[in-house]
Design a protein around this ligand. Sequence first.
Ligand code: UGB
Length: 598
Amino acid sequence: HKNLQLLSSGQIELAKMLLEMGQSHLFEHWADPGVDDEEKKGFFDQVDRLNSSYPGGLASYVKSARQLLADSQAGKNPFDGFTPSVPKGEVLTFGDEDFINFEEAGIREAQKAAFVLVAGGLGERLGYNGIKVALPAETASGTCFLQYYIESILALQEASCRLVQGGCQTRIPFVIMTSDDTHARTVELLESNSYFGMEPAQVKLLKQEKVACLDDNDARLAVEPRNKYRIQTKPHGHGDVHALLFSSGLLKIWHDAGLRWVLFFQDTNGLLFKAIPASLGVSSTRQYHVNSLAVPRRAKEAIGGITKLTHADGRTMVINVEYNQLDPLLRATGQVDGDVNDETGFSPFPGNINQLILELGPYIEELTKTGGAIKEFVNPKYKDASKTSFKSSTRLECMMQDYPKTLPPSARVGFTVMDAWLAYAPVKNSPEDASKVPKGNPYHSATSGEMAIYRANSLILRKAGVQVANPVQQVFNGQEVEVWPRITWKPKWGPTFAEIKRKVCGNCIISQSSTMVIKGRNVFLEDLSLDGALLINAVEDAEIKVRGSVQNKGWILENIDYKDASVPEQLRIRGFRINKVEQFEKNYSEPGKFSLEP
Ligand code: UGB
């Protein structure tokens, strides 16, 4: 009360709201007027931010928190009344006729798409200090994840516009959700690289705010340990993306511009765009309002399972069940063995890779009702079995894949299963954790993420008719991986399988120890025999036919130890570096037709 005279009417309203919500402890240790007045102003700025960035405001946050904390204390099962079963979806096989048809349909739709990358997480599990989108997806070309994503979107844009008579002016919108942890470094990465070739106006950054931490089951907001005039905050999860998109007004702008699809994806999957055209084709062909991309999943693997939940009252939904909940849910509903592999060697529940394709119209309709609020959960670490106090403060969280939870039963919710080698190779685990992954389960490390790109490119070229040698097994950072030839190309070289097939002909051979980096759009491989390193850099309008034999000492993978602090962190976490011993490199800086016969 002593401080009332300092406050504006808006601040008095916020203070009243806090008191009504049982948060008087926040003011308990406030100094008399004249002392810390700036800090007090800062406190209200923060409360204002917390209040306006949460759908329904802080009062709604505290109310939800009390309910969820009570449910958690009572041990209430979030799936109470629901029985899980394996849902039906579209299962694709890379390169077959269906796949090619879906890709074609997807490319047609791409000009009506917008892409949204959730990149607010720091990736504590990876133990890397930078932002994850700045990490090289692979080190042969040195392309970082953000560059790969942007160039892939531009490649789709171009391929899609080529189908329109006379071309089109479409600029596919690209949104990046950042957080205070990642925002400045994401801006800096974009600006210092001229947005990797995208028009700056095409890219929009939306920053998610953290949410207030909770000290106890009454949802008393936690005071920051080092500043009694601040509320402690933590990330709310990737589910924030829906409310942010809605409140930004972008969805309406997209809808008015005739867009039809919004594609969501995560920060470190260097394979993702190989799966995008076909899955977008599935969305449009099957008229899915929601399409989740999935891959075959090993039981207990740390990715969520796509599950059909049927309630005793008849309601059903197809939804991701997080990896830590699937096993107990199965056991609680009569499947005594829980989450186990079936005769295929995989769990019958497809693995959610958190790539969602939403149809814009129904999405806007739903968000108009919910404001983008997503069903939340709380995960307090209790001090003891009485569940009356926490080891440390907690907060509510939400996940973007929980969007379908509020949808009516009439919503068309489907999923598309792709081969994991084609669609999913995230970089999430530190070398220490990856080396402890049970044999046969994916490492999800920087090492496996890079090797997966070479493997996928090798397998795709094989399918296109190139004789690519078998891989060898090698161990890096304690992880045994398949090492295929290090083949990479710019997304514009091969946005679809049909396009890649058009680029290779004759009798091409690539040996296991080879490296091939294609940085150009119109590079055609004809009767190429490669045993060494071949690099081609070409401007877009240069058309190059590569024939004949390339043989040199090539590029060699050298082991490095992740504990060796003299090596840059981005290399250490993969456990190898490339020693560029010898290569054949050709640069084309002018348009024209060229024949390269080394
Ligand atoms: N992210 C944000 O943008 N904001 C946040 O507050 C938090 C994260 P993680 P997670 O693909 O293997 C997800 O940490 O959440 C971004 C799915 O829930 O990498 O443990 C962050 O930057 C799970 O079902 O993953 O698990 C990153 O881009 C499964 O599919 C993304 O959100 C799993 O991913 C994911 O964050 C998976």
